[in-house]
Design a protein around this ligand. Structure first.
Ligand code: COA
Length: 144
């Protein structure tokens, strides 16, 4: 299993995991647009030429904003989500980032458990941030 930066030809597999995992998902075209900007990046987990999981994120000055973390449903609970986050944290520390921020649906127990295990803490709520169904977002931060 290898964690590495994405290549353009990973984006179709990333889009298919996104569709299985995120509500609402980014389309393949939205991922291509995201990947075009230098301040955005994606880390992927690859095994046998297959993408098993990824993190999409942006850098804003000294802050990393996570857009999404997802692992293919067949490969969850094997430590991949944590490994992706640990790799991002190490890279962010090397680059002198100060904070990592994210939003998560308040009902998303697996993701919240993962973030808490990695040291993230709740800093606020965005009322009605998510649609279909409408739901509040928890804002979580990790201080590096
Ligand atoms: N229930 C409870 N705790 C969970 C969990 C679950 N279903 N999944 C992960 N965790 C917590 C546990 O503490 C776990 O440690 P443990 O296995 O030793 O108990 C820890 O997170 C690490 O789990 P890991 O195996 O690395 O997570 P994963 O590879 O399965 O990925 C997600 C976790 C959240 C990325 C995965 O469930 C996913 O892709 N979900 C759909 C997409 C999503 O909701 N992303 C977040 C958007 S903000």
């Amino acid at each position: 299993m290898e964690i590495r930066y994405f290549r353009e030809d990973d984006l179709l597999q990333i889009a298919s995991i996104e569709k299985l995992s995120i509500n609402p998902p980014w389309s393949y075209n939205a991922l291509c647009d995201f990947a075009r900007y230098d301040t955005n990046n994606i880390l992927v987990c690859e095994e046998n030429s297959e993408i098993w999981g990824y993190i999409t994120y942006s850098i804003i000055i000294d802050e990393v904003q996570i857009a999404n973390v997802a692992v293919h449903p067949s490969h969850r609970r094997k430590g991949i989500g944590k490994c992706l986050l640990d790799t991002l944290h190490n890279k962010a520390r090397q680059d002198n980032m100060s904070t990592i921020t994210l939003e998560v649906r308040q009902s998303n127990t697996p993701a919240i458990a993962l973030y808490e295990k990695c040291g993230y803490y709740v800093v606020g709520t965005r009322k009605g941030y998510y649609k279909n169904p409408t739901e509040d977002a928890k804002l979580m931060n990790l201080t590096l």
